[in-house]
Write a protein that binds this ligand. Structure first.
Ligand code: ARG
Length: 459
């Protein structure tokens, strides 16, 4: 039979395949709370401006409240034939309150309806991400505080570069996640305009009050252009872009955890709660959660690319292609939330192996730069010459199979006669990190100052 919503124009119902490709109810039922909140605000506004009678508005409002209760209780029978959440809700409202339900859609279209529902949903996800990031930043801060002055190798090219502090490394991630947080805050502020009332695309001839609905739904203002209102998905793309950058950061620390927890590094031990064993190799403690986090970026970035690709060729205004926005964003948001929570758990549970970090910090000629700097400072050598002298000392140590502090003064003086005993003070890793006091450097005092600053931000 013809469709109940637009059947007047049609004599036959849709093919089963048409119904299958067209229906979004399988996933957009997640928008039910937003859809019903939006409809209640719309009905209240219609009554306030005299488009709906008070009685009809009251019936619609209590009917919608009941529909939401049924959905939340899992008692709602979603229908594929009714295509999407908007029509499922409206059809049920008609069962409950009769023909007055048909007045709800006055001065509205599914185009502005889905736009406002989805904006509210994405807006909530920004808040979820912000809260998840703050929890994660706190976990990194706790790690930083515990080991503000512990030493570890800093790497470039994954080759030992210079000693750094554990606290400094942890705070590097606090910086990244703080930028992610500010991206979600920015995106949220930018998306917080209400498209409801743009109707199908051109606005409406009814005397609606868009400021009233915008305010009721927590938006800063109504959107200013009806065409843009129903065709814009920037808010979802911006959310996905911020999510992708955040997931990339999660993936980078996940990669470090995989490396660090290996038997070859032994920098950290992951807790039992976030490790898995092997069904055949009894010794195994696999960092599965970290590996999965590394993989999640692929999925979240994939969703981002998918939505860009969906949107890029669409003429204004609404095209049905846009219905495919939701699965991408839902999947990305679910995985981001899970990823943030999993990383928070892993970081909170993480045990750093201070002795292994220290031993690694001291190996690999990590204080060679300190030695070169000492030659510049104390012997007034040009840096390039100091670099050359130090390179010779490193080669000597390497040939002997020892580290720089293990060379005797006599051996060093054979390479450069003016080197004195005082050089040994800069070859120790603790002296090395303590000397890095330039703003933003790895010195423990800097780390403690930054921890104090972040604690104020995160109160
Ligand atoms: N289910 C649709 C979507 O998600 C709702 C909007 C439908 N609008 C339309 N003109 N067919 O995009």
């Amino acid at each position: 039979s013809a469709n109940a919503m637009w059947g007047g124009r049609f004599s036959a119902g849709p093919d089963a395949i048409m119904e299958a490709i067209n229906a979004s109810i399988g996933y957009d039922k997640r928008l039910a709370p937003q859809d019903i909140t939006g409809s209640r605000a719309h009905a209240a506004m219609l009554a306030a401006v005299g488009i709906l009678t008070k009685d009809d508005a009251a019936a619609i409002d209590s009917g919608l409240a009941q529909v939401l209760a049924e959905i939340e209780a899992g008692e709602f029978a979603f229908s594929t034939a009714l295509e999407d959440i908007h029509m499922n809700v409206e059809a049920r409202l008609r069962d409950l309150i009769g023909p007055a339900a048909g007045r709800l859609h006055t001065a509205r279209s599914r185009n502005d309806q889905v736009a406002v529902d989805f904006r509210m949903w994405v807006r909530d996800q920004c808040d979820t991400a912000i809260a998840g990031l703050e929890a994660l930043m706190r976990a990194f801060l706790t790690q930083a505080e515990a080991g503000a002055d512990w030493v570890m190798p800093g790497f470039t090219h994954l080759q030992t570069a210079q000693p750094v502090t554990w606290g400094h490394h942890m705070l590097a991630y606090v910086e990244m996640f703080a930028r992610d947080r500010s991206r979600f805050i920015d995106a949220r502020a930018r998306m917080n305009e209400c498209p409801l009332g743009a109707a199908a695309l051109a606005g409406t001839s009814f005397p609606i009050d868009r400021h009233m609905t915008a305010q009721a739904l927590g938006f800063d203002r109504p959107t200013a252009n009806s065409l843009d209102s129903v065709s814009d998905r920037d808010f979802a793309l911006e959310y996905l872009s911020a999510a992708s950058i955040c997931a990339m950061h999660l993936s980078r620390f996940a990669e470090e955890l995989v490396i660090w927890s290996s038997a070859q590094f032994r920098f950290v031990r992951m807790s039992d709660r976030f490790s898995t064993g092997s069904s055949i190799m009894p010794q195994k403690r696999n960092p599965d959660a970290a590996e999965l986090l590394r993989a999640k970026l692929g999925r979240i970035l994939g969703a981002t690319v998918a939505l860009f690709t969906i949107m890029k060729g669409l003429p204004l205004t609404y095209s049905k292609d846009m219905q495919e926005d939701k699965e991408q964003v839902f999947d990305a948001a679910d995985n981001l939330a899970l990823g943030l929570a999993a990383m928070e758990g892993m970081v909170s549970d993480l045990t750093a192996n201070r002795a292994a970090l220290e031993a690694a910090a001291a190996s690999g000629f990590s204080t060679a730069t300190d030695l070169a700097d000492w030659l510049v400072r104390e012997l007034n050598l040009p840096f390039r010459e100091a670099h050359h002298v130090t390179g010779s000392l490193v080669k000597l140590a390497e040939d002997k199979g020892c580290d720089l502090p293990d060379l005797s003064l006599t051996e060093m003086q054979k390479v450069h006669g003016e080197i004195t005993d005082a050089v040994y003070s800069v070859l120790g890793v603790y002296n090395s990190v303590a000397s890095r006091t330039s703003y933003g450097g790895t010195a423990p005092d800097n780390v403690r100052a930054q921890i104090a600053r972040w604690k104020e931000v995160l109160v």
